[in-house]
Ligand binder design. Structure first.
Ligand SMILES: [Zn+2]
Length: 488
């Protein structure tokens, strides 16, 4: 048996001014056939697939492993070259029995609204109908008809924060292998929920919803249940949330189960509204909580989340902190390669004037001029995320006006307390910690936080879902339309 594996992904914020070109992939992850030899965060599924296949006595052919930090649309030539590389590797592999793809699901390139559908359909055309194609997707995916038609089995992450990437990869492997062996006959059904939103899975009622998805699997002919949340800032025709059910040979069962879960989700829509507060309301609440509790209050700047394609250099909350004269605050991570460069030149201990953030456009706010002490500098730093680590580039700890700021050279969201602590910052001594992240910070920061507060101020990923100008989206959607089904 021969298994072919590849990874290609990024999450495209189609309104972003940050181009996603070859440099963005190089900076995050780019391997040509040897990605499993890296400990890279985004190569986790490929590593699992290779290990499992070798243990099962298969031959493994490994192709591209490429992932870029979310940003604007991928440069056309870059996508087309990646697609050509995967197809050339596939042709060079000769006859294969299974293809497993680790894709994101919300990748848009110039001229391609649905990169995953395009790529998977091209692979299907190359291998024919008898080769099993299994796909793992981020739950923030556009589950398009083209992609579903081209694959045999699709499984998305269930958790946000995405702490189950490797578990879902194992399910893709198991289901694809059972299909290849003729033990199951997977049939996929998709139910369009007509919703555009972010759902956080650690909290009820989403916790129970995800647990019910898991509980439905493995009996009554249901092989897998996924909730594809969609990606709110991807202006493409099929970005709404969708339920996906894989059943064993029974299309009616798959459709009924998908519709049932979609109905449950719709019924919880008011309870799952975004919890974010305005900047002022969030700071008021945080200060009250900091007096009452022990440990820092963590505020999440959800509107400037690099993980959703935002610049990660917005200054709206920083400006509010300075205006209120708040001290004993840690804030980061601000993407500011220019200031990082200045700090490296000046060295640790230097005191210099820096223009922090606000560099990428209106969604970044205005830059903030501060006299800063350079407290520490790290080169090629990383931060934990799940069982792997993610690149941060060069990282600098600055102290200015009683606030500890962390800036870096490689755009990324803040995943873990280590992003700060590895510089020598004591988070337990801080009153407030402001992190640039929507939800991935939660797994790392919840254990140390007295309270977590979501802030939804201005920014590229502000959680104002009804106001995102989704001009390409097919038909109405909640929350823009109170009843998108009736409006349809
Ligand atoms: Zn995601």
């Amino acid at each position: 048996m021969k298994l072919f594996i590849a990874c290609l992904g990024t999450e495209t914020h189609t309104f972003s001014a940050i181009p996603t070109g070859l440099e963005s992939f190089r900076e995050t992850m780019l391997f040509h056939g040897d990605g499993t030899q890296s400990g890279d965060l985004f190569a986790g599924p490929l590593r699992l697939w290779r290990d499992r296949a070798l243990a099962d006595g298969m031959e493994v052919v490994e192709s591209l492993a490429a992932f870029a930090e979310p940003g604007g649309p991928t440069v056309r030539q870059v996508y087309e070259d990646f697609r050509a590389e995967i197809l050339a590797d596939l042709a060079g592999a000769g006859a294969v029995d299974m293809v497993l793809l680790n894709l994101h699901g919300a990748m848009v390139a110039e001229g391609y609204d649905d990169c995953e559908g395009d790529l998977t359909a091209a692979i299907r055309a190359a291998v024919g109908e008898d080769v099993v194609i299994g796909v793992e997707l981020d739950l923030h995916c556009s589950l398009t008809r083209k992609l579903v038609a081209a694959a045999d089995v699709i499984v998305t992450f269930k958790e946000y924060p995405h702490v189950d990437v490797v578990e879902r990869a194992a399910e893709v492997y198991d289901l694809a292998l059972a299909t290849q062996r003729g033990e199951i006959r997977p049939v996929m059904a998709v139910h369009d929920c007509r919703m555009v939103h972010l759902w956080r899975t650690p909290f009820e009622p989403m916790r129970g919803f995800v647990d019910a998805m898991s509980a439905a699997e493995g009996h009554d002919g249901i092989l897998s249940v996924s909730f594809a949340h969609g990606f709110p800032w991807g202006n493409v025709p099929e970005t709404t949330a969708r339920m996906l059910v894989v059943a064993d040979g029974d299309g009616d069962k798959a459709r009924a189960t998908a519709a049932d879960f979609a109905g449950r989700l719709w019924a919880m829509r008011e309870e799952t509204r975004d919890p974010s507060l305005s900047i002022d309301a969030a700071l008021d609440r945080a200060l009250a909580a900091a007096e009452a509790g022990t440990g820092p209050v963590v505020l999440a700047d959800t509107s400037d989340n690099a993980g959703c394609g935002a610049p990660s250099d917005a200054t709206f909350i920083l400006a509010a902190l300075l205006e209120r004269g708040l001290t004993n605050v840690v804030s980061g991570v601000y993407w500011d390669p220019v200031s990082v460069r200045f700090c490296r030149e000046a060295g640790e201990g230097a005191v210099l004037n820096l223009r922090i953030g606000g560099k990428c456009g209106p969604s970044s706010g205005a830059p903030v001029d501060l006299r800063c002490e350079v407290r520490a500098i790290l080169t090629d730093a990383r931060q934990p995320f799940g069982r792997a680590t993610a690149k941060m580039g060069d990282v600098v700890w600055l102290r200015a006006a009683g606030i500890d700021l962390v800036i870096n050279s490689k755009r990324t969201q803040t995943f873990h307390p280590q992003a700060f602590e590895q510089l020598g910052i004591d988070l337990n001594a801080a009153r407030l910690v402001v992190v640039k992240s929507t939800q991935h910070f939660h797994a790392g920061f919840a254990p140390v936080a007295a309270e977590i507060i979501y802030v939804g101020g201005p920014g590229a990923t502000a959680p104002a879902f009804a106001e995102i100008p989704l001009s390409k989206l097919d038909g109405p959607f909640w929350p823009k339309d109170a009843d998108p089904f009736q409006a349809a």
